[in-house]
Design a protein around this ligand. Structure first.
Ligand SMILES: [Mn+2]
Length: 159
């Protein structure tokens, strides 16, 4: 099973949609405010540590965790647990120091990344998701909305 903790804004919900297309009923998605995330992650890590349940893959998108959860996630990972944090905020770049962190602010061609576009790329790369034109359009609209590129491009569809 996959447990996805994601933001409750459009980009975060986009991650939930992409994850559900990839994993169907094998993913449990929880949408969080910036302030609410750490409590939820902390509670779930307590559950995992108590049950020693290694079947779960913990995914965190569009938000980053506090230092305490960062340490607990790293311990869980080194104990054989499955963890992946994916984000596009500059403030989260230090998570790239971990094998379970994937933070990218912009693509090589200069376009800004969003969490939905990073998660989509990740799931396609891992073979969890079949790319499609419809999905790519959805992901690109979310990306333009989240990065305000819709404004520069006057892309009302993304708005
Ligand atoms: Mn975002």
């Amino acid at each position: 099973m996959y447990k996805l903790f994601t933001h409750n804004d459009l980009d975060g919900v986009g991650c939930g949609i992409v994850a559900k297309i990839a994993f169907g009923d094998q993913v449990d998605v929880r949408y969080n405010s910036v302030m609410g995330l750490d409590h939820q992650v902390d509670r779930f890590l307590d559950y995992l540590n108590e049950k020693k349940d290694k079947d779960w893959t913990v995914l965190i998108t569009d938000l980053s965790v506090n230092e305490k959860n960062e340490e607990t996630l790293d311990e869980w990972f080194h104990d054989g647990g499955k963890v992946q944090l994916i984000d596009h905020h500059k403030t989260a770049l230090h998570f790239n120091d971990y094998d379970w962190g994937y933070v990218k602010v912009e693509y090589d061609d200069g376009r800004l990344a969003c969490a939905t576009s990073l998660l989509y790329g990740y799931l396609v790369h891992k073979g969890h998701l079949e790319p499609s034109a419809a999905l790519e359009e959805f992901v690109e609209l979310v990306r333009q909305y989240d990065t305000w590129e819709w404004d520069a491009n006057d892309n009302i569809k993304a708005k």
